[in-house]
Each structure stands twice: as structure tokens, then as C-alpha cells.
Design a protein around this ligand. Sequence first.
Ligand code: FE2
Length: 188
Amino acid sequence: MTPTASKAGPASHEASREAARETVQSIYVTALRNTHALEKQAAQMIQRQIERYEHYPVLTQALRLHKSETDQQVARLADLLHGHGEDRSLLKDMVTQTVGNVAALVHSVTGDEVLKNLYTDYSVETYEIAAYTSLIALAEEAGHARDVETLRLSLREEERMAEAVFAQIVPVTQGYVAREARGEKADR
Ligand SMILES: [Fe+2]
């Protein structure tokens, strides 16, 4: 028997299916971990804005709602990771730079802080939409139907928040201009 003939046998088909399953699972868990780290950073970024804004109540209210959603998303991802054998204590200490550069923009206090933050917020929400859409495809591929349900909840929240942030771009910009024109504090 040649090696080629044995590769075509049913046992090796099963082995390659198993290898494919392991590959999907590993990609999925890595993506869960990255998204968990991303959401933790997003929660900090949102909290910082909530604490600073004084003149943009509608935006602040949307951020407040999304802060509590983001905290739930972090917990959901931790639960999913735990379900796939990840150690909760390791998750707590994990630091990644997924949105490090984006978050740094928020920390740089400039004259037009609220405008820059809006652009950042919108890009973070769309980044998250991409991440959850990909995670759902991975969970489906890996056969985790219950994970898909959980991830869809978070995806819907991100879509709502992306719309809410987008809807604030024009009114906040106009409000910013109006305050500046009156010589009032406008940056936050
Ligand atoms: Fe979000």
C-alpha cells in the first residue's frame, strides 16, 4: 500500500475533519479573547467620556446606556471563554493593544475633544460590529449554536450604538460651533 492510498482511507478523513475542527475552535477562542480585551478598553474609553462631558447631554445619555451594555458584553465574552475552558483569572490580567491607538486619541485633550471622540466612538462601534459578525461566523462554523445567540445580542447593541453615535455627529458639531461662536466652553 502506498502512502497516497492510505491517506484516502476513512480513518484519515476523520483525522483531517478533526484537525479542521480544532483549527476553527482555536481561531474562534482567539477572536473571543481579543474581543473581550477590546470591550474592556471600550468600557474605559466610554466611562472617561461620561465623566468629562458637561454640554452634550444626548450623547452622554447614549454613552451611559452603552457603558452598561458594554459591561454586559465583557461578562458575556468571559462566560463564553469560560465555557471553552479559559481560566477566568487569566482573563482579568490580560492586556492587549487592540484599540490602544484609538484609545490614545481619546486621551489626548485637544480643543475639539468632543468632535474627535465622536469620530473615535463611531470607529470603535463599527470595529465591534465587524468583530461580532466574524465571531458569529466562527461560532457557526465551530457548531456552537448557543454562543451564536449570545453574540447576536451583543451585535445588535453595537449596531444600535453605532446608529446613535452617527445620529449625534451633526447635532454635536452644530452645538460645538454655536458654543464656540458665543465664546462658551465647547470642547466637552
Ligand atoms: Fe460597543
